[in-house]
Design a protein around this ligand. Structure first.
Ligand code: SF4
Length: 362
């Protein structure tokens, strides 16, 4: 038997016994295939996020929108609010665009057709084709790259080594049970062949693993040194009116946090931003900047807070205070800090926040 068939066989035997039970999956070696809607939704949610973080979102989405037609018919703001906390809001907007295409024409069953849909990249296209349709597509993500680099002791650094890793993975992909094979590699990368200290003693591929034999598994894959993340600055204004309404704006549809609710404020730039207050008031500067780590930069947000009787803002509008969980993470931090300052420093209306925030939604 060729080495690749032995590796594939060991992997599937292990998966049959050890597969993670996840709400979007069907059991291993099952007649039934996973729903394309479930595979697609989970894979979009899982980009850059952990399985533990995604599970409650996946369950809430599929309870509320049980199929792609229901999601396609949803209001944008409901889906964006339900997505809040998962980050990367461009994905939520693409999710809706994609749902509306698929509701008309169905999910394509091949990688090329899937790749043409909004928000679906090579990884997600291959994952849906393999898991939902059994196509022997080569599914590559960071976990699977790590397994390939170690299994075949590929020592060239990422990202240059990617094509070699994909060729290695293609050599292992079986014609049958391609979905289980892909999910087995995902599980192996997530639970056994983990980044810093691989659990080689429990690995079903140990007998075939070249880097394990060479004693260098934990050093792979090699990476070029990372550039340090830049830090951007921004200014945001939190204002609460005497009737409990707060100043908020819907961010422009394109760009970071596009279409989401947020505080009025400046762009985020590496230079110190200039942004005049939305109206004249006794603005208090929060003593500590609100900080947040995005994928490509760190953000320091200077927060100004005011409590006023009435005002005519030049940006945003006063609206009933939403639940903090309806806001994206950075805005939620600034919003909660604003409420706290109003309640503590401005003195009046203790308990207003609790009264207005509404139920938590995620
Ligand atoms: Fe990864 Fe170790 Fe298994 Fe090799 S033996 S694939 S390094 S866990």
């Amino acid at each position: 038997m060729p080495e690749s068939a032995k590796i594939g066989g060991n992997l599937l035997t292990w998966y049959d016994a050890q597969a993670r039970v996840l709400p979007w999956r069907v059991p291993p070696n099952s007649e039934q295939r996973a729903e394309p809607y479930h595979v697609w939704l989970s894979e979009i949610m899982l980009q850059q996020t952990t399985v533990a973080a995604v599970k409650p979102y996946f369950e809430a989405f599929t309870r509320r929108w049980p199929d792609v037609a229901a999601l396609a018919a949803a209001r944008d703001e409901d889906v964006l609010a339900a997505w809040a906390g998962l980050g990367y809001y461009a994905r939520a907007r693409n999710l809706l665009k994609c749902a509306r295409v698929v509701a008309q024409s169905g999910f394509p069953t091949d990688e090329a057709g899937l790749l043409a849909l909004p928000g679906i990249g090579p990884y997600t296209a291959a994952a849906i084709a393999a898991i939902a349709y059994g196509v022997p597509a080569v599914v590559m993500d960071g976990n699977i790259e790590r397994v390939m680099a170690r299994l075949f002791d590929e020592r060239e650094a990422l990202p240059a080594v990617k094509p070699k890793l994909k060729a290695r993975a293609a050599g292992l992909t079986p014609a049958k049970r391609a979905g289980d094979h892909a999910q087995a590699l995902m599980d192996l990368g997530a639970t056994i062949c983990i980044p810093k200290a691989p659990r080689c003693e429990r690995c079903p591929l140990q007998a075939h693993c070249v880097s394990f034999k060479a004693g260098v598994a934990a050093e792979l894959p090699k990476r070029l040194p990372k550039k340090p993340k830049p830090t951007r600055q921004g200014v945001a204004y939190f204002a609460r009116r005497a009737d409990g309404h707060v100043l908020l704006e819907t961010r422009p549809p394109k760009g970071l946090l596009g279409g989401m609710l947020g505080l009025v404020g400046s762009d985020w730039t590496e230079e110190t931003p200039v942004f005049d207050p939305p109206f004249a008031a006794q603005w208090q500067r929060h003593t500590k900047d609100i900080t947040h780590v995005f994928t490509h930069f760190n953000l320091n947000l200077t927060l100004y807070v005011a409590e006023i009787k009435a005002a005519n803002p030049r940006a945003g509008s006063f609206m009933p205070a939403p639940a903090p969980s309806d806001l994206p993470s950075i805005m939620r931090k600034a919003y909660e800090a604003g409420f706290l300052i109003c309640d503590i420093d401005c003195g009046a209306k203790l308990g207003q926040y609790g009264k207005n925030r509404g139920p938590k939604s995620g």
